[in-house]
Design a binder for this molecule. Structure first.
Ligand SMILES: Cc1cc2nc3c(=O)[nH]c(=O)nc-3n(C[C@H](O)[C@H](O)[C@H](O)COP(=O)(O)OP(=O)(O)OC[C@H]3O[C@@H](n4cnc5c(N)ncnc54)[C@H](O)[C@@H]3O)c2cc1C
Length: 309
């Protein structure tokens, strides 16, 4: 008997959908490599509604415990969905581990992964001064000296997020020009706390217990230089985890799944998407939860109708 719905991803969005699907007594399965999602590495999440401050790790534990407290939801953990294909009016979902499942509907909540610089010291100081979300962590750098790596809109937004907190903000741009919105560029470039470092190619994040600086190469002179820092905000883009449905649904130019924001339905009947993997405007835990619940309730409306895709 196929599932009513298979939920792909165990971040805040997937877990919220799993809890609601179980409470609606839907025949539901959630597949994820791990629970908690992107903010797992965050030292302090201060905007999870209802909790003044919680670490990403503790949030992950709470989410998993809430899901496992539900009756009737099936869980495959430690595996990743590799492909989704149409089958008999529904879908076949196959994992990297070789498991195959049939379902009427699919909810994709597989989130995104932040592009990394891929330089020495970056992984070592992840959460110890290397940051991938300024909305989340800018308040932790009050009075500090930081660098934002990137020249696009997410980098400019990070600088705007940091201005109320950090005393000095370097913006490291790999060429002689930024790509972000011209108006925000002017605001950022002219701000007294901000210094733009043009043609900067980061080479290594340096530190002791925490970040103490970054080594970079001047792309024009070839010279190696260093900046003394307390934090490095890496803002060089996101990659939505949407590869396994790219042949079935419409994606935007970045790879986010385009959805109807009233129902979270994708362009392919029977597939819904929510959270960071979708073309939502703001990447936030609370928003991912809300949109995933909207999606699973809309799926439930279909299940109630006994309608098959
Ligand atoms: C460092 C950091 C700190 C952050 N701090 C905050 C904060 O303080 N407050 C806030 O509101 N937001 C914060 N965010 C943003 C927030 O984490 C995201 O908006 C939120 O996690 C999105 O939830 P999601 O469920 O859509 O996706 P994700 O959290 O990305 O979860 C997706 C899940 O799907 C799994 N998955 C991926 N591919 C597959 C596959 N093929 N098969 C099965 N499973 C898969 C992933 O492992 C993950 O468990 C932060 C982000 C980062 C990177």
């Amino acid at each position: 008997m196929p599932y009513d719905v298979i939920i792909i991803g165990g971040g805040p969005g997937g877990v919220a959908a799993g809890i609601y699907a179980a409470r609606k007594k839907m025949k539901a399965l959630i597949i994820t490599d791990s629970f908690g999602g992107q903010s797992l590495t965050s030292a302090a999440i201060e905007n999870w509604i209802g909790t003044a401050s919680i670490s990403g790790y503790d949030l992950a534990k709470q989410l998993e415990a809430h899901l496992r407290a539900q009756q009737g939801i099936e869980i495959v953990e430690g595996d990743l969905v590799a492909s989704v294909a149409k089958k008999d009016g529904g879908f076949s979902v196959v994992t990297k581990g070789g498991k195959a499942f049939d379902t009427k509907y699919v909810l994709v909540t597989s989130g995104s992964r932040r592009k990394k610089l891929g330089i020495p010291g970056e992984a070592e100081y992840d959460g110890k001064g290397v940051v991938y979300c300024s909305t989340c962590d800018a308040p932790l750098f009050g009075g500090k000296t930081v660098a934002v790596v990137g020249g696009g809109n997410s980098a400019l937004e990070s600088v705007v997020d940091l201005i109320p907190y950090a005393s000095k903000i370097y913006v490291m741009v790999r060429s002689g020009a930024m790509r972000g919105d011209p108006v925000t560029q002017e605001k950022v470039k002219s701000h007294p706390q901000v210094e733009v470092v043009w043609n900067a190619l980061p080479q290594e994040v340096i530190g002791k217990d925490m970040v103490t600086g970054i080594r970079y190469q001047d792309a024009v002179s070839g010279e190696m230089k260093e900046l003394a820092l307390d934090g490095v905000f890496v803002e060089i883009g996101l990659m939505p985890n949407s590869d396994f449905v790219k042949d079935l649904v419409t994606l935007n130019q970045v790879g986010h799944i385009v959805v109807d924001h009233a129902t979270q339905q994708s362009s392919c009947p029977g597939i819904w998407a929510a959270g960071d993997v979708s073309d939502v405007l703001y990447d936030q835990n609370n928003i991912s939860v809300g949109d995933s619940i909207k999606a699973v309730l809309n799926i439930y409306d279909q299940v109630k109708k006994g309608f098959s895709a």
